[in-house]
Ligand binder design. Structure first.
Ligand code: AGP
Length: 609
């Protein structure tokens, strides 16, 4: 949570910081602030609320400093307020922070006894006091930061300004993401790459325990002992337009419509039609590993967990290996049974979700082979897993996951296909048939998107419903969960996803003429069972919105509304079913006037437990 940015260079510093924060606002929007050197002194402007409030506060004010840091907050310690907004300054030191300092209370007591006066309820404020303490003892800026960080327990990505050293900007990382952008005579720090993409495509990806010293002359990186380490900048192939709305009302809508492109990019170069196999550039299992493998664990949170549930169906079907999906926060505290004969696949858009990362670390500690599926290149999860496969969805700015979810499904399909081929469970011909169907998917997604007007009318019709039920069976059941999650998180309408067969064990009691029930009823081996569930809902006067196969003309007479889903094989149908459910949630939220891209209380990347 929280986003940090920093700049040193000839441009108008405040403008670069504000633009960077706009691109990071999805990480938190409880308050925002900047600190800039102005004639040797650090000037701070910070404000509770969204970034626009900070912009209003700054107004026409200009700063002549060439070094600055900025922050957008998702509150953990201390409510959203001007006082708790970053940057925090003590003595000569100003700090922006993303992370959590676990031992801040004990450090605060020690600092208070030395005369330090605190003005906020945050854990972050102790960092500025601590560094200032060591500056006052006569240490250099780098040493003061190094010594202070040695005393801190917890996670941090930091941007630091120190009065008396106005030609430098310091940054440090432990367990929270931080990149250093390398421009022509200008340098940046940021929580992620898109924040500074308009200025550079060359980045140093900071490792835990490293401190960067940025000056007009360049960037030096040091380890915890203060020794300089050599870091090669890497070039990213995202472009800044990917992180802009491009004429759409919201990022979420743009990202929904980008999905066919995201799937094409994710598949590109990864298919061998000749061999009937997927070519996954970084995936290499030891020769006998797959044959000896007893179980696959799929770990994730939120929407990525719904992808994991689909992954179970795909891997079990294509590989005939038992698969156990698990929520990161449950897995990590359960003393999970994993080890050398298991494969753990961690799925995360951001690659920074604390619970997913902790689960991966726990599995690694027990000797498990690990693989990450991530969208953010060089994220913590991507770096810590033994192997990584990237979804090529591009930056996702809307807090609700959309294009990254469907590309996770594509990667799981490719991985299951590849493992199935390696294990000899799938024949070359079967592999070829699966590939043939997969390459049709982007076109079918385009077809599906043409239903957006129809979905918008359905959203209008059911706008006043207070609760929704989503039902699905088999591989479509996780999509019922995902549809319900999308509706909840952006429109604030209560929604439950359920396996359709479970309805009679409880949720059926909720059904009356006020309750819309979204039923995923495409033709597959459980179709007849789903139709029976529709009958059960209708018998109790519930309203049914069915997502059905175009060949199913009967269903029109059984339900209130039908959205037809282009025909494909059952293992790829979830990708197509996802689109109308994303659109339904989007239009409901838009009609209600909620903040679609930045829903209340949420953040894009959940880097706290
Ligand atoms: C879903 O729309 C949310 N953005 C959320 O559930 C998200 O999927 C979850 O926090 C996991 O994030 P990750 O994929 O970055 O790990």
């Amino acid at each position: 949570m929280c986003g940090i940015v920093g700049y040193i260079g000839p441009r108008e510093t405040a403008k670069v910081l504000i633009e960077g924060l706009k691109r990071l606002e999805y990480r938190g929007y409880d308050s925002a602030g900047i600190a800039i050197f102005n004639q040797g002194k650090v000037e701070i402007r910070r404000k509770e609320g969204k970034l626009i409030k900070l912009e209003e506060l700054i107004g026409e004010e200009t700063f002549d400093g060439k070094v600055g840091i900025g922050h957008t907050r998702w509150a953990t310690h201390g409510r959203p307020s001007d006082e708790n907004a970053h940057p925090h300054k003590a003595g000569r030191v100003a700090v922006v922070h993303n992370g959590i300092i676990e031992n801040y209370l004990s450090l605060k007591e020690i600092l208070k006894s030395k005369g330090h006066i605190f003005t906020s309820e945050t854990d972050t404020e102790i960092i500025s006091h601590l560094i200032d303490e060591f500056i006052q003892e006569g240490n250099s800026s780098l040493d003061a930061v190094r010594i202070a960080l040695d005393k801190i327990k917890g996670s941090y990505a930091l941007g630091i300004l120190i009065e008396g050293d106005e030609r430098s900007l310091l940054a440090a990382k432990k367990e929270s993401p931080l990149v250093v952008g390398i421009g022509e005579g200008e340098y940046f720090i940021a929580s992620d790459v898109p924040a500074v993409l308009p200025y550079t495509k060359n980045f140093i990806f900071m490792e835990d325990g490293e401190i960067a010293l940025l000056s007009a002359e360049g960037v030096k990186v040091f380890n915890v002992k203060g020794e300089e380490v050599s870091k090669e900048p890497k070039r990213v192939n995202w472009n800044s337009l990917m992180a802009e709305k491009g004429g759409y009302k919201h990022f979420m809508l743009k990202e929904i419509f980008e999905q066919p492109r995201a799937v094409i990019d994710t598949i590109r170069g990864r298919l061998s039609e000749e061999k009937g196999d997927a070519v996954l550039e970084n995936v290499h299992f030891a020769p006998t590993f797959l044959k000896k493998m007893k179980r696959v664990s799929l770990i994730a949170c939120g929407t990525s967990y719904h992808a994991a549930l689909i992954g179970k169906f795909l891997i079990e079907e294509f590989c005939r290996i038992p698969v156990e999906p698990d929520i990161g926060s449950e897995f990590r505290y359960r003393n999970p049974i994993v080890g050398e004969s298991n494969l753990l696949i961690a799925i995360s858009q951001s690659g920074e979700t604390a619970d997913t990362l902790a689960a991966l670390r726990e599995a690694k500690r027990k000797g498990t082979t690990t693989l990450a599926i991530c969208n953010v290149v060089e994220s913590s999860l991507a770096r810590e897993a033994d192997q990584v496969i990237y979804t090529h969805a591009g930056p996702e700015i809307g807090v609700a996951s959309t294009k990254t979810f469907v590309t996770q499904l594509v990667i799981l399909f490719l991985l299951a296909l590849h493992m199935g081929r390696e294990l000899g469970i799938l024949s070359k011909e079967e592999g070829k048939a699966l590939i043939e169907e997969l390459v049709r998917v982007p076109h079918l997604m385009e077809e599906m998107l043409k239903a957006s007007n129809q979905v918008s009318k359905i959203a209008r019709k059911y706008l006043h419903a207070r609760d929704f039920l989503y039902l699905g069976r088999g591989i479509n059941y996780p999509i019922a969960l995902e549809g319900a999650l999308k509706l909840k998180e952006i429109s604030y309408v209560h929604a439950e996803g359920y396996p359709a067969g479970e309805m009679k064990h409880g949720p059926i009691a909720l059904i009356d003429r006020e309750m819309p029930v979204v039923v995923l009823a495409t033709k597959n081996e459980v179709y007849e069972k789903v139709i029976s569930n529709i009958e059960e809902v209708k018998a109790r006067e519930g309203m049914v919105i069915a997502l059905a196969s175009p060949s199913d003309r009967e269903i029109v007479h059984k339900v209130d509304d039908v959205i037809f889903i282009p025909e494909t094989i059952p293992s790829l149908t979830p990708i197509l079913l996802t689109i109308p459910l994303q659109l339904l949630a989007y239009y409901m939220a838009d009609f209600k006037g909620t903040d679609v891209d930045q829903p209340r209380n949420l953040a894009k990347s959940v880097t706290v437990e």
